[in-house]
Each structure stands twice: as structure tokens, then as C-alpha cells.
Design a protein around this ligand. Structure first.
Ligand code: DGY
Length: 343
């Protein structure tokens, strides 16, 4: 419909009051509806909310499944507020000719900080130490009190050397760790001081600390399971800031209970927001509530980039960060259908 301001108003559905100025920018041009608290709305309820809209701006916690694409025939773009797009049925988007975009780069450093923070938190027992202080159990300095594991000279094994993997590698190298990584192929930039190990099963026995940075796909679901965790050296640590489903949580609980691992640091969970109950009981596991990108600056940048993508498609321009290219007059693209870049 014509908005009387010289352009055509599109209906835009935003599932949450995203931070920053993005909603104001969208509203200045289009007819925007914002769900007051739709962070976990998915499936049929999401389809109802999106009905009639040409653009959807969801969070990584909204499941945009095939039913949404089938029900919302006018949809032209799904502009995810997040780099991971495993919450969106990409095949259904392709089949429906709907653009999908994501928010790479802007959250790389924030997420790498959390991954590296978890490495230090688990190896140096920060959370256990905090608990000691709060229950008044600190009796004064002793040479053998609450000793952790030093990372210097040890090997950080990185699974998935995308932007975030490389940013974690930089932090580890600066702290005196060695870095080895696995990926589909060697990574030219950022892999300079890191050793490429083609097979995950060959990387694991060498990793004193393992950090996961692969996107969640059918191939990476439970990529690191109990069998693979047992390939790590005894006393190794595992950190996951990618997606919960990449790590088999029950397998982790099992291998921790066997005493094979030194500990784990998790920011993401298989059935978020639930956590495997056995992990909640363990002092050698540090648990964060999906804080990887949780800085004010980063979340505003993610929301702004999602809105840039959305506005570009609605204007018929190429979006800055496409994952799936839509069809026809839904926007101009490069002609390639691309998967999202690794996290
Ligand atoms: C993402 O963007 O995929 C992150 O997980 C959000 O923190």
C-alpha cells in the first residue's frame, strides 16, 4: 500500500523490541509490528504473528520453520538478528524464494571474549573461587589451595576456524598457547600461527582445551559426543560458545562423571534454556546463559545490521550479509545461493 510519503509501505514483523535505533528506522519507512515479548514464539504462533508481512526480523530463538514459509506467502525476507541461522529452515526459504540474512562480523570479538573468558574460568576455577569467598571459606593464602591448570604452552584445539574461531585463536596465541584447528580446509588468514589438522579425531588427542566454533548443521549435530570427548587427553577442558547441539550434553556429563575431563565451560545448550541436570551439579562446569554476543554495543550492532538487511531487500537493493538469495523482485543479488558463513 502507498504510505503517502512517496514510497510503498511494507508490513514488517519484528519478534522482540530489539535494542538500538533499528525499529525507529524501520518505522520511518514501513508499517512495523513489534511483538512485546516474542523471543520464543515459533511455528504456528509465529506464522500468525507474521501473517500479511513482507519482512520478518526474528531472533535466533525464534524457530522459523517450513510452516511459516508455507503460511506467509507474501514474505520476502527473513532478517535474522544473529549470525547462526539454524533457527531458520533454509531449504524452505530457498523453495519459497525468500531472502535470509544474518549478522556476521559485528559479534565476533564479543563472542571470542566469552569463549576465552570461559577457557580461563574453567582452567583457573573462577566460579568455584567466587563460591568459596561467598560462603566465607577462604582461610587465607596457601601454596596448595585451589590450584588450577595453566594454559601457557598447552594446545587449544579449535573446531571451526571461522571468524570467531580465529578471534579466539588470536587470544590464545597472545597468552602463550599453541593453536591447532580443524575445518573443512586450511584457513589462509588467521591460520598462519595455527596448525591445520584435517581430521577432528586427530585433533582431539592433542587438545588440552577444546573450543567449539562451528555452525550447527545436520553434519555438526552432536559432532562432539562421548566417544570423541574420550579422545581428549585426560584432564582436558571443553568450551562451547557455538550451538548447544554441536556438543552432546549427556555425553559430556557422562565423560565428566568418569573423571576423564578437567571441566567444561558452556554458553549454549542443546535444549536452551534447559541444561542437562547433571551439569548443574558439577563445580567443574561453568555455565553462562548464552552471553556470547551480550554487550550493549554488539546487540545494537546486530539489530542495526538486521534492519539494514531488511531495508535493503524492501528497497530492491542487495542486502549487506545474505545467507540465502531470494527470487524475482525481492531484491537484487549476486546470483549465488549462499550458505551462511561459519560462526
Ligand atoms: C548468534 O548470533 O548466532 C549468537 O548465538 C547470538 O548470541
Amino acid at each position: 500500500m502507498h504510505g503517502g510519503r512517496g514510497w510503498v509501505l511494507a508490513q514488517v514483523a519484528v519478534t522482540y523490541p530489539i535494542p538500538g535505533g533499528g525499529i525507529a528506522r524501520l518505522s520511518a519507512r514501513h508499517d512495523v509490528r513489534v511483538h512485546p515479548d516474542g523471543a520464543s514464539v515459533g511455528g504456528a504462533a509465529l506464522a500468525d504473528f507474521v501473517a500479511g508481512a513482507e519482512a520478518l526480523v526474528p531472533l535466533v530463538s525464534n524457530q522459523v520453520d517450513a510452516g511459516v514459509f508455507a503460511a506467509c506467502r507474501g514474505l520476502r525476507v527473513v532478517a535474522n538478528v544473529g549470525v547462526g541461522v539454524n533457527n531458520i529452515d533454509l531449504d524452505a526459504a530457498r523453495a519459497a524464494g525468500v531472502w535470509v540474512t544474518n549478522t556476521p562480523d559485528v559479534l565476533t570479538e564479543a563472542t571470542a571474549d566469552v569463549a576465552w573468558g570461559l577457557v580461563l574460568a574453567v582452567t583457573r576455577r573462577f566460579v568455584e573461587g567466587d563460591a568459596v569467598m561467598r560462603r566465607g571459606a577462604f582461610a587465607g593464602w596457601r601454596p596448595d589451595f585451589m590450584l588450577g591448570t595453566g594454559v601457557q604452552g598447552k594446545t587449544l584445539g579449535i573446531v571451526g576456524m571461522g571468524r570467531i574461531g580465529r578471534a579466539v585463536a588470536r587470544r590464545a596465541l597472545a597468552s602463550g598457547m599453541r593453536v591447532a584447528y580443524t575445518d573443512r580446509s586450511p584457513v589462509p588468514d588467521g591460520g598462519r600461527d595455527a596448525e591445520f589438522v584435517p581430521r577432528l579425531d586427530d585433533l582431539l588427542p592433542r587438545a588440552d582445551v577444546l573450543s567449539l566454533h562451528t555452525p550447527l548443521t545436520a553434519e555438526t549435530h552432536h559432532l562432539v559426543d562421548a566417544r570423541r570427548l574420550r579422545l581428549l587427553p585426560r584432564g582436558a577442558f571443553v568450551v562451547n560458545t557455538s550451538r548447544g547441539e554441536v556438543l552432546d550434553e549427556a555425553g559430556l556429563a557422562e565423560v565428566l562423571a568418569e573423571g576423564h575431563l578437567g571441566g567444561a565451560g558452556l554458553d549454549v545448550y542443546q535444549r536452551e534454556p534447559a541444561v542437562h541436570p547433571a551439569l548443574l551439579e558439577r563445580p567443574d562446569v561453568v555455565l553462562l546463559p548464552h552471553l556470547g554476543s551480550a554487550t550493549w554495543e554488539t546487540r545494537c550492532a546486530m539489530a542495526d545490521l538486521a534492519v539494514d538487511n531488511c531495508l535493503a531487500i524492501l528497497d530492491g537493493r542487495t542486502p549487506p550479509t545474505p545467507v540465502v538469495e531470494g527470487r524475482g523482485d525481492r531484491g537484487r543479488g549476486t546470483g549465488d545461493v549462499t550458505e551462511g558463513p561459519g560462526k
